[in-house]
Design a protein around this ligand. Structure first.
Ligand code: NAI
Length: 428
């Protein structure tokens, strides 16, 4: 595969109320990347290795600073703090692709990026293993009453009795939400000898010996440990309240490493204080401080049988390193091949590597008839089409055409003139 530096210049659409400032068809050579918020050094190494000039910054930038720093930048990398607003995107005329070096993408105006033909990539499963390991640790610690024994010892009280301490082997783990994290937890918990049941709103392939429950109530009534791994859809607000805790098995353990708003914490406190539940571990909260060192309050504070952690489920060195490898690969696959698979805001296309040909990328607003117009341009220019790929979302269409003769600036100009064109790129 050729590196990004050898690609011909990018041309942007002439049309468009959104981006009159990207009329210039030139882009910096080599491409420049700006990585903010102390992204793992693997990312900069990987991008430099592919020929990009990389500038890094430890903190996030304000909107104004970001607009200023994005001049001449093709690749922007952020974590959760930098706000990539519509205004930033509008001003960043050289920006081609954005990497969110984290899971969430709420900090990025995805629609504004889409409207400018800028794909956004994130790292949806780079910290899955980290969350699963913490969940397993919590299950063991809570079933053994380690937390209470440790608290007593800190207060000078030696209480060695095995009491109700239990092994995890043979206990039933009920997983609510059998997605990436839930399914991996299922495998590892089973390796520890747990009997795994799960409940998901979608049909899921049961891994190992795990068995699905038909209803949430069935899972709650039969599980020694309930671990919640649902996604952040709005319907999941207060998925767990007084009714659900009452439906759980007596003396069972509750774990939430998913989203804070999924659990009514007052109801959880009552279930713990009343002795209905043995203990709980909570890593995510309805309101979380934005900065380290900030104050924090929760109804669960002061309970010896609750393990509180400050949203660290996915925060490990390994997860950061995984993200530092994963996201640059997606950015480079897009820059070098046009591949958009796993882009969060863009038509997803996995493209084959191309040899001995040129690849034309056409991004346009999704209205009928664009593909026909593209092919008419190619026919008029007597281009020999070797392969063509099309993927659309409601708003945007993405057409990739591999052509078998030298690329001609006339073709690019003609493609740019097609109404509703957002961006045209030429690779190889
Ligand atoms: P995912 O999207 O792969 O899986 C979520 C699953 O939950 C899906 O299978 C979905 O069908 C299911 N689901 C949604 N609502 C449901 C409901 N009401 N009842 C039953 N099933 C339901 O997500 P992934 O990657 O497994 O992450 C799970 C959660 O963990 C997310 O909320 C994510 O934000 C959170 N997370 C937390 C971290 C932390 O640091 N504590 C780190 C990483 C993720």
């Amino acid at each position: 595969m050729k590196t990004a530096t050898s690609a011909p210049p990018e041309a942007s659409a002439a049309h468009a109320e959104h981006q009159p400032e990207i009329m210039s068809a030139t882009r910096p050579n080599p491409r420049r990347a700006l990585l903010l918020e102390n992204i793992h050094p693997r990312a900069a190494d990987r991008l430099r290795g592919a020929g990009l000039e990389v500038e890094t910054c430890r903190g996030s930038l304000t909107e104004l600073e970001l607009k200023d720093r994005l001049a001449g930048v093709s690749v922007l990398g952020v974590r959760s703090k930098t706000q990539v607003t519509e205004e930033v995107v509008e001003a960043a005329s050289d920006l081609e692709v954005v990497g969110a070096f984290c899971i969430g993408t709420n900090q990025i105006d995805l629609d504004a990026c889409l409207a400018r033909g800028i794909p956004v990539f994130n790292a949806p499963f780079s910290n899955t293993r980290s969350v699963v390991e913490l969940a397993l640790g919590q299950i063991i610690v809570l079933l053994r009453n380690v937390l209470e024994k440790s608290s007593l010892l800190h207060r000078g009280e030696w209480r060695k009795s095995s009491g109700s301490a239990r092994e995890v082997r043979g206990k039933r783990l009920g997983i609510v939400g059998y997605g990436k994290i839930g399914a991996q937890l299922s495998i590892l918990a089973e390796a520890l000898g747990m009997d795994v049941r799960f409940y998901d709103v979608e049909e899921k392939l049961a891994l190992g010996n795990a068995e699905p429950c038909r209803t949430l109530d069935e899972l709650l009534a039969t599980s020694d440990v309930v671990s919640v791994h649902v996604d952040g859809r709005a319907d999941n607000r207060n998925l767990f309240g007084a009714r659900e805790f009452a439906a759980m098995k007596d003396d069972s353990v509750f774990i939430n490493l998913s989203r804070g708003f999924v659990v009514d914490l007052e109801a959880l406190r009552e279930a713990l204080e009343s002795g209905k539940l043995r203990s709980a571990a909570v890593d995510v909260f309805p309101r979380e401080p934005k900065q380290d060192g900030s104050g924090f309050e929760s109804p669960l504070q002061g309970l010896d049988n609750v393990l509180l952690t400050p949203h660290i489920g996915g925060s490990t060195e390994e997860a950061q390193e995984n993200i530092g490898n994963f996201v640059p690969d997606k950015l480079l696959n897009y820059l070098e091949m046009g591949t958009t698979s796993l882009a969060v805001n863009f038509p997803n296309l996995q493209l084959p590597e191309l040899r001995g040909a040129h690849r034309l990328l056409h991004i346009h607003r999704n209205v009928p008839g664009i593909l026909a117009q593209i092919n008419q341009v190619l026919a008029e220019q007597e281009m020999n089409v070797r392969g063509q790929y099309l993927k659309t979302t409601d708003e945007v269409g993405y057409v990739i055409t591999d052509v078998g003769r030298d690329y001609d600036e006339g073709v690019v100009q003609a493609l740019r003139q097609i109404p509703e064109t957002i961006r045209v790129r030429v690779l190889y």
